[in-house]
Design a protein around this ligand. Structure first.
Ligand code: CXF
Ligand code: ZN
Length: 369
């Protein structure tokens, strides 16, 4: 069939919205008519080259839609199902999945850009095979993915909001709740108030943090952060250090969540300075693949027993946590609506990314009518 997709033909270019040829699903693949897709910084990282990409590629990995067709071997996804994509597939049987860490499924490992799991392509344009980001390619009206990438969700949940849980919300919320293990009474700093940071603030608040310091250079985001549960705001790490010192009586933060658009190893000394003795710094944001050094004060790491941990997808289990987060949304305990600053059509995708670069959005969402 023919459908419309935004293709990135080469790194650094604009998105090109054009007609593509989409093959029917094979094996355990499913064809999904997308309702919406969030625009995540990781898509921008492919454009900028901070994450390695293969081209031409259809990016987008925060999508939700309705299943239109299934391959002959699909086992748990049926036509008509509403699904949110998980940016990591969950095969259920690799050692990561089997040990309760399906965010690290061996079938997703290093597949930032790829084709189908069998190595062939269902997406084609201008006579070429297309890559799909994270085996998804949600910047398109229709796509074909493996059922391992699908999480079924109740039909009442609005898919144009639910799409956010396919990456940013689970990543941010899980960074607080799982990776940082925020405890009642904790003092928490969240560095960066975007899609991940605003979900991290909400996760920390729900987990019972007593103080939540939201740090972002953009003033307008301070008020937004307070709406999500931040108790204090600061514009930069220096200002945050003074505020945290004052407000915690010198104890500093039990947990620090790094949720910047792009991490910077040169600032890690300041970041570590926000953490208390035995404090944990969770590095959720992406650092450039080209970055090879940082400024973590190593002696203090030992003397203060600080921890630095990486977290992918909020250290969550997508097939368990995506429905769970949508239940919290339906119960009014997780605000997805407030995270969506602007919506766009697929034709306006370049405007959406321009707005991201200018810091105009918590999340921009493409809606496919
Ligand atoms: C990222 C994490 C690093 C690989 C690409 C996807 N997560 C979501 O944006
Ligand atoms: Zn993402």
């Amino acid at each position: 069939m023919e459908t419309t997709a935004a293709i990135l033909w080469e790194q650094g270019q604009d998105w090109s919205v054009e007609t593509i040829e989409l093959d029917p699903p094979k094996g355990r693949e499913v064809q999904v008519r997308l309702v919406a897709s969030g625009m995540c910084h990781s898509d921008e990282h492919i454009v900028q080259g901070d994450l390695p990409g293969l081209f031409p590629i259809i990016c987008g990995h925060e999508g939700a839609g309705v299943v239109e067709a299934v391959g002959p071997d699909a086992s748990f996804v049926e036509v008509g199902d509403h699904v949110v994509f998980s940016f990591m597939p969950s095969c259920g049987s690799c050692s990561s999945c089997a040990s309760g860490h399906s965010n690290l499924c061996d079938n997703g490992g290093l597949l930032v850009a790829g084709r189908q799991i069998d190595g062939t392509s269902r997406h084609h344009a201008q006579g070429q095979d297309l890559q799909t980001l994270l085996l998804l390619g949600t910047f398109a009206h229709d796509t074909v993915v493996h059922e391992w990438s699908c999480v079924k969700v109740p039909k009442e949940v609005p898919l144009d909001k639910a799409c956010l849980v396919g990456c940013g919300v689970t990543t941010g919320w899980g960074s607080s709740v799982y990776a940082a293990d925020v405890q009642p009474g904790d003092k928490v700093a969240v560095v960066g108030v975007g899609g991940i940071g605003s979900a991290a603030i909400q996760g920390a608040a729900l987990a019972g943090a007593e103080q939540i310091f939201a740090i972002d250079p953009l003033e307008w985001k301070h008020e937004v952060a307070q709406g999500f549960g931040a108790t204090h705001t600061a514009s930069n790490l220096e200002e945050a250090a003074a505020l945290i010192e004052e407000e915690t009586w010198g104890r500093k933060c039990d947990k620090v969540i790094m949720a910047m658009g792009l991490g910077d190893g040169a600032t890690m000394d300041q970041v570590m300075g926000l953490a208390a003795k035995r404090g944990r710094v969770v590095v959720t944001n992406i650092h450039s693949a080209a970055e090879t050094s940082n400024t973590i004060p190593m002696l203090d790491l030992t003397l203060s027993e600080k921890q630095v941990v990486g977290s992918l997808f909020g250290s969550a289990n997508p097939r368990k946590d995506i429905p769970r987060l949508l239940e919290l949304y339906s119960a009014g305990r997780l605000d997805l609506d407030g995270m969506i600053t602007r919506t766009y059509t697929l034709e306006d995708i370049n405007q959406g990314f321009a707005d991201m670069r200018e810091g105009k959005n918590i999340r921009g969402v493409l809606r496919y009518e």
